[in-house]
Design a protein around this ligand. Structure first.
Ligand SMILES: [Zn+2]
Length: 350
C-alpha cells in the first residue's frame, strides 16, 4: 500500500496527514506483530567480513516497520534506523521492536522539518525532544543524527554535537524514495565500499524486496553490515557482538563479591525460546541499588519490583528498591543469543 506513496516521495518526505491516519490505525497491529517477532536473527557469523557498510532506514517507525524488521532478521542484517521523534512517540512499541531485533536507533528530528531555517534554540528543542522520545521508548540514547533531507549547517552541527549526536549523511543514495525499482536499488547498493553508508527508507516495499539481493552482493564482496561509529560516522564492526562460542548456561546463581553492605543473587526461574526471566534477591539492605549488565544483543523488555534506569548503551541497568521488597525481576529478550545471562556488577546500600 506504500508503493504508490513512494512514487511521490522526495528524499525523506514528511508524511501526509492521510498516511498519518493510516499509521495510527496500524499502530496496534504493529504492537501485536512485535510480540510475535521474537525469532532469533539469522546469525551472519559465517560470513567473511573484510569490511563493513552501514545500512540505514529513515523516517520510521511506520506501519510497516515490523515487515522491514522481519526481512532484516531473516537476512541476518543489523541496520541503523533514523527515526522521526513524533513517529516514535505515537508508536513506541515499534521503536522498541527495532532495538529488540538488534537494530541501532538514531535521531532524524522531531517531525522532519527543514531544520536549517530554525533558530539555534528551535534546533536544540527539536533534537532533545526526539532523543527523549527514543530513549523513553527503547531505553537507548541516540548517538547519531541525520538531518532531514540531508540539509545541514554549522549551527545545526554544533547543536547536535552538544547533545552528543554525531551527524551522519550518506555516501550512496538508494533512490528508494524516488520510485527506484528493486533492481535499481540493488544496483545502487552495489556501489557501497567499506566504511560507507547507504540511504534507504522504512515503509517502502521495493526496499524490503531488495534486501536479500543487496546482502548477496555484499557478501560476494566480503562486506558485512555494521554499525556507524559515533566518533567517525563511518561503518565499523558491531561492538558488543557476542563471541560465537559463548559458554552454555550453567544455571548457577550469579553472586558478586559483596560491596557496600549487600549481596545480590540472581536466578533464572523461567526460560522460553526467545526470552527468559531473571529474579534477583538482595540480602543485607532494605534500600539497595543493584547494577546489572546484559550481553548485547540481549535486551530487557520488562521489569518488576524495582525502579530501573539505563546507561547510554542500553545494556547496563541500575535497579533501585522502590518499596516492593528485596526481590526484583526482569524479562530479557535473547535476540539470537540464547546462552548469555545477566551479570550482577554491584550491590550497594541506599
Ligand atoms: Zn527522512
Amino acid at each position: 500500500m506504500y508503493a504508490s506513496i513512494g512514487g511521490f516521495r522526495r528524499p525523506s518526505t514528511p508524511r501526509t496527514s492521510r498516511l498519518t491516519v493510516r499509521l495510527a490505525v496500524l499502530a496496534s497491529t504493529v504492537a501485536l506483530s512485535a510480540a510475535g517477532l521474537a525469532v532469533a536473527a539469522t546469525p551472519s557469523s559465517a560470513a567473511v567480513c573484510n569490511g563493513y557498510v552501514g545500512l540505514t532506514f529513515d523516517d520510521g517507525p511506520t506501519g510497516s516497520t515490523s515487515a522491514l524488521l522481519s526481512v532484516l532478521r531473516a537476512n541476518g542484517v543489523r541496520a541503523t534506523m533514523f527515526n522521526v521523534g513524533q513517529n516514535v512517540q505515537s508508536n513506541p512499541s515499534a521503536a522498541r521492536a527495532q532495538v529488540d531485533a538488534g537494530m541501532w536507533v538514531a535521531n532524524h528530528s522531531w517531525n522532519h522539518a527543514h531544520m536549517t531555517s530554525m533558530s539555534q534554540s528551535q534546533m536544540q528543542s527539536d533534537l532533545s525532544q526526539t532523543n527523549s522520545a527514543i530513549q523513553s521508548a527503547t531505553g537507548v540514547r541516540p548517538q547519531l543524527f541525520r538531518p532531514p533531507y540531508g540539509e545541514t549547517n554549522s549551527t545545526l552541527q554544533s547543536v547536535a554535537s552538544s547533545l552528543g549526536l554525531r551527524q551522519v549523511i550518506w555516501d550512496v543514495d538508494s533512490q528508494d524514495w524516488n520510485g527506484a525499482s528493486v533492481g535499481q536499488i540493488v544496483s545502487n547498493a552495489s556501489r557501497l565500499q567499506a566504511g560507507q553508508v547507504i540511504l534507504m527508507h522504512d515503509g517502502i516495499q521495493n526496499t524490503r524486496d531488495a534486501i536479500p539481493q543487496i546482502m548477496a552482493n555484499l557478501s560476494s564482496r566480503n562486506l558485512c553490515p555494521g554499525m556507524i561509529s559515533p566518533s567517525t560516522g563511518r561503518a565499523v564492526a558491531p561492538d558488543g557482538t557476542p563471541p560465537p562460542t559463548t559458554p552454555p548456561p550453567t544455571g548457577t546463581p550469579t553472586t558478586p563479591p559483596p560491596t557496600g553492605g549487600c549481596t545480590a543473587t540472581a536466578t533464572t526461574p523461567n526460560v522460553w525460546g526467545d526470552r527468559y526471566n531473571t529474579s534477583v534477591t538482595v540480602q543485607g539492605a532494605g534500600n539497595w541499588t543493584v547494577v546489572v549488565a546484559l550481553t548485547p544483543p540481549q535486551r530487557v523488555s520488562t521489569t518488576w519490583n524495582g525502579s530501573p534506569s539505563w546507561d547510554s548503551t542500553g545494556y547496563v541497568m541500575t535497579m533501585r528498591s522502590n518499596g516492593s521488597g528485596n526481590t526484583f525481576g526482569f524479562t530479557t529478550m535473547m535476540n539470537g543469543n540464547s546462552s548469555a545471562r545477566p551479570q550482577i556488577r554491584s550491590c550497594t546500600t541506599g
